[in-house]
Design a binder for this molecule. Structure first.
Ligand code: ADP
Ligand code: MG
Length: 577
């Protein structure tokens, strides 16, 4: 058995040696309150930091069972603890020395509570994965500093942040209750015929386009839903709450510019995830497979059947297997919808701000000027009801610019000074008083959704001398071999740790399940199953990954934006209904 004292002595003995000598401390050590695993030792003070795990047995950590008795609560607790460790790490250590010397960090969550590989609670133990910069002077080992970091500061950090007794039980209860209530609420949507719920009192606006924290101040208007959509739900912890239930079908969000339409749609877009206490969106939930759709001109598309929306392109380009290295606004939006259907979805979320106008609408005057035979696009307005009747796919659509949509809407929510009103009846009256005069351009049913089989050779992760060279940069970029995957238009990717998990999942899938026979949907199911049975870390052979859970939709989004991707059509078809 190797103890903390052995580690201290060993580190002291390395003092002044070449930095590479640190490699010898890899292994595991028994401390008073925990086991320390040194999984990876950096080769250089400026390189990616070393990776540790601290495992505290429940006999020491002593979390009451109710704090982790189901997945919802456990994930709430894990997010609380990751935040607590991050706060303790910030105060614990003074950084001195070269490169990353003295760094002590955990992959802390943002506003979203996701399962994360950096923190794990089980009935047996609590484990935190920590990144450490082993101290150096130039490129020499600072053995005494390292000993102080690992043998004094680290145990103090554990005592401060990982034991139940050292944490605020009320704060923990808030995290576990918030997560459990949100999951419960989401589970209630379907049986109530809803696709989303917004609790009264919710705070929807964010501080800025790059700051997901809630907007604060006297001018912030909390959500207060219209009576027509008033829904009551009894939650396991919060008890009875009231709010706005958005029914399945076609919902329009209308209102003047700057009256809060996009803010509402963004909150719904992120309602597929749970948010931490104090976020303001704790009880804003959307069906878990809801997908934000937008135009994304310039993206690549690989053999997607966009024929329900686009046909008879110039030069006879066919659209049952549409490919493009540089899709237009309308073809990219069509591909985004068809790819969402291929993965499986019950809700599309669309904002006119980021939609292609010619994809959304063709009014009477334009129908007369440019006859249908010259227009490849069947606009969304003529497909939105078929999506619901044939595939069970609802749509929530922000549209301040076209009343033609009144004809196809089940309900209309109007925003005025950030306050919602039921405008359904008024919109219907206007629709009957002022017929649009346009004719539907949907010639036939929407039809089946075709599945695609990714071809293995088109997923090439090689670069230079490496067989697999896959990296991420921030939230929106994956470098896959020599290709760069741009995810900046993927709205429901919220955490760079998700991006890392997606990159690893692509490599895992390429090595294990992409065989030229399985359709994409089956590949995605196998990735999710691997994560469910073996954990997020099992996607990678390396320690210290800092992964967060992602949905099959974002995984597919990454693969679909790999410019080298090639697919062939699968014989069978699917419907999401
Ligand atoms: P729209 O899409 O209708 O043009 P936005 O949703 O973009 O409007 O909102 C316009 C501005 O109003 C944004 O800066 C947003 O942060 C702010 N805002 C939105 N909802 C609220 C609210 N409930 N209280 C205060 N400010 C809000
Ligand atoms: Mg807007």
């Amino acid at each position: 058995m190797t103890t903390a004292q052995d580690l201290r002595r060993h580190l002291h003995s390395l003092d002044g040696r070449n930095y590479k000598a640190y490699k010898a401390v890899r292994g595991h050590y028994t401390f008073d309150q925990f086991t320390l695993f040194i999984d990876y030792v950096q080769g250089d003070p400026f390189a990616a930091p070393s990776r540790l795990r601290v495992r505290v047995p429940q006999t020491v950590a002593r979390y009451p069972e109710e704090t982790y008795e189901n997945d919802s609560r456990r994930i709430g607790l894990e997010n609380y603890l990751a935040t607590a460790v991050a706060a303790a790490a910030e105060t614990a250590v003074s950084r001195h020395g070269s490169g990353k010397s003295g760094l002590l960090a955990i992959d802390a969550p943002g506003q979203t509570m996701l399962p994360r590989s950096c923190l794990q609670v089980t009935p047996e133990f609590v484990e935190a994965q920590i990144a450490v910069g082993l101290p150096a002077q130039g490129r020499r080992v600072l053995g005494r500093s390292a000993a102080q970091m690992l043998c004094d500061d680290l145990p103090q950090l554990v005592a401060q942040s990982l034991l139940y007794a050292s944490n605020d039980p009320q704060a923990i209860a808030q995290y576990t209750a918030t997560a459990e209530d949100a999951d419960f609420l989401r589970s209630q949507l379907k049986m109530r015929g809803l696709v989303a719920f917004i609790a009264d009192g919710a705070i929807l606006p964010r501080r800025s386009g790059v700051d997901e924290r809630p907007l604060r101040g006297p001018n912030v208007i909390p959500w207060q839903g219209p009576a027509a959509f008033q829904t009551h739900v009894t939650l396991p912890n919060a008890g009875e709450v009231s709010g706005t239930g958005i029914p399945a079908g076609v919902t329009l969000i209308v209102g003047g510019g700057f009256h809060g339409k996009s803010t509402l749609l963004n909150a719904l877009t992120h309602g597929v995830y749970n948010h931490k206490p104090g976020d303001g969106r704790e009880l804003v939930v959307t069906v878990e497979n809801g997908v934000k759709i937008r135009a994304e001109d310039g993206r690549s598309v690989s053999q997607v059947d966009i024929s329900p929306f686009i046909n008879n392109l110039p030069f006879g380009q066919q659209t049952q297997q549409f490919s493009s290295d540089n899709a237009s606004g309308s073809t990219s939006q069509a591909a985004n919808i068809m790819e969402a259907l291929e993965v499986g979805t019950h809700l599309l979320l669309i904002d006119e701000d980021t939609a292609a106008t010619n994809f959304m609408i063709r009014d009477r005057r334009m129908q007369q000027l440019v006859p249908k035979v010259q227009e490849p696009i069947t606009p969304f307005i003529d497909r939105v009801r078929q999506l619901f009747s044939e595939h069970g796919v609802s749509t929530i659509l922000v549209i301040g610019g076209s009343g033609d949509y009144f004809d196809v809407a089940d309900q209309v929510i109007g925003l005025e000074n950030y306050q919602p009103h039921d405008l359904t009846a008024a919109a219907q009256t206007i629709a009957s008083q002022h017929p649009t005069g346009r004719s539907s351009e949907a010639p036939a049913p929407f039809g089946p959704v075709r599945l695609r089989v990714p071809l293995p050779r088109s997923l090439d992760a090689r670069k230079g001398r490496h067989d697999t060279n896959v990296k991420t940069r921030g939230l929106h970029t994956i470098q896959f071999g020599t290709e760069t995957i741009d995810l900046s238009a993927v709205a429901q990717l919220v955490d760079p740790s998700q991006t890392r998990a997606i990159a690893a999942a692509l490599v895992w899938a390429k090595e294990k399940v992409v065989d030229g026979k399985r359709p994409l949907s089956a590949i995605l199911r196998q990735i999710q199953q691997q994560i469910a049975t073996h954990g997020l870390d099992s996607l990678s052979p390396y320690p210290g990954n800092d992964f967060a859970a992602c949905r099959p939709h974002e995984l597919a989004a990454a693969l679909n934006r790999l410019r080298s991707l090639q697919t062939k059509p699968e014989q069978s078809t699917t419907s999401s209904a």
